[in-house]
Ligand binder design. Sequence first.
Ligand code: SAM
Ligand code: SF4
Length: 331
Amino acid sequence: MRQAEIAQLLAGADDPGLFSAAEALTRENFAGKVYLRGVVEFSNHCRNNCRYCGLRAANQNVHRYRLGVPDILACAALARELSIGTIVVQSGDDFSYTADDIAQVIVGAKADSNVAVTLSLGDRTEAELAHWRSCGADRYLLKIETFDEALYAHCRPGLTVADRLTRLAALRRAGYEVGSGVITDLPGMTPDILAADLLKLADLDLDMIAVGPFVPHPDTPFGRERPGSILTAFRAMAILRLLAPLANIPSTSALNALRDGAREQGLTVGANVVMPSLTPETVSPDYAIYPGKNAFRAGARERVEAAREAVRRVGLTPSTAVGGSKRRHHG
Ligand code: SAM
Ligand code: SF4
């Protein structure tokens, strides 16, 4: 698909054709199964100042927390008990956790189960990334957010697209299944930027692609900007399914933050993954990347069951499989 055609689809040129083609391809490739990834949001400290994110260092209105390794491992044990095939260990860019701390999490989580471990820890060093892979980490999620250099610099002060791409290449070299993605409708993102971003994501030949709409957080510089369009996010997900038929594509919680029920609808336009939070109720409301994140005030068990019910509501089957990259296993 060329950029002009993508731009037309993003503008709504053929929603019925786009969505039904993406849904059919997803069903064909994943046999109507949806993988669950349990997210353990273990620290909301961050040294960065992304203008869109509620966890940015300059936001003084965050009640900051850190979970210790045993608490993180308790979440992994819960994942096992609930038959969830993958845990996603995520935090702000919090360098107070050493390479060894994270290694303990990886080794401990995998000690007596075949759970897959995805790391989403931001811009850690290449040596750390390689070390964690050698400890058994399976996947790493590092969203590019946008490939547009000026927009990136505006959204992520002091950081560059080139640096993020270098890290994605290091992850690939280390042997991870690599995930990336963008935020749709970031303030300043034009339709042309998004169309180019989708093509570049496809060119990266990723194992996972996460696309979520921008959700304004009042305590950030982007707090008064317009929320992203759910429809644009759906179109982006569907286009990516066509461009990357075997990639694991989650239906993100940002969708549900904008409209209750949008996450399950995302499973009908190309997504094949949902990511309920396993974060303990005592701290999960403080992982407030954007309003509505973890708004479902319930324990992790209820969140997982709600995710499974959402999958069933759209006629799909929640899978307990590890859900590794089909792109890799099929060559
Ligand atoms: N600190 C790590 C990083 O930035 O890669 C991982 C945690 S970060 C909270 C996870 C993702 O949240 C980011 O990649 C970004 O896409 C998303 N995010 C943050 N603020 C957002 C917002 N206001 N709207 C939508 N997505 C947002
Ligand atoms: Fe930190 Fe990630 Fe939020 Fe940026 S998006 S402020 S790196 S937690």
